[in-house]
Design a protein around this ligand. Sequence first.
Ligand code: CA
Length: 237
Amino acid sequence: MPAPRPLLVLEDDPAIAASIGDALAQDGWRVEAAETLAMGRARLAACNPRIVVVDLGLPDGNGIAFVQEAARRPDIGIIVVSGRAAEVDRIVGLEVGADDYLTKPFSLREMVARIRALSRRLDSVAALARPAATPQPGAWDIVGLRLEPTRQRIVAPDGREIRLTGGEASMLHLLLEAPENLADRASISERALGRRLLPDQRGVDQLASMLRQKLRESSAGQVTVAAVRGRGYRLAW
Ligand code: CA
């Protein structure tokens, strides 16, 4: 049986790196550490991590560049950590493929819980026997979540109703019907925004962010919209 894949912590602050590393080691992870972008890239190639925890402020560059590289591997989970609370960092981090985001200071317990959730999600995405979304007329059931794009709503497992905008509902519908639940940005733009995709258009990414937020909130993080580099967006669970 192959050894379990490690978790890579890319963080330049030694005290934070040590406390993150200790907490995750206690939770059963084999932890690899890197302090710079350059070291992170080398470790990413060498140690085949399952999950990477990435600080955005690194001495030799912005961690976003690392997130982009790691996101080319859909089997790697990415958690961004930043001292900057700016919304724009969070959005950019998620848009370039991060799966989750923590703003410093955060509790180690919360970080461990988020990493457990992400790990479970990666396992369930990877499982060959991924349960298909069960379609009813106009409705799909995924891990306890009922998705009703034609009625512009999501019904959470506890019965709570989350309303969708027309654009969010159209994008969700497209992803539900698409092969592999994956759609390219041009198709999303045409179907959900009613216009051809322009090279610098951010509308699709903003829409994906909003839909991702609603799906994750209503499913406790189990269902998400993942950016698939060079291909578009996928509904993942
Ligand atoms: Ca830092």
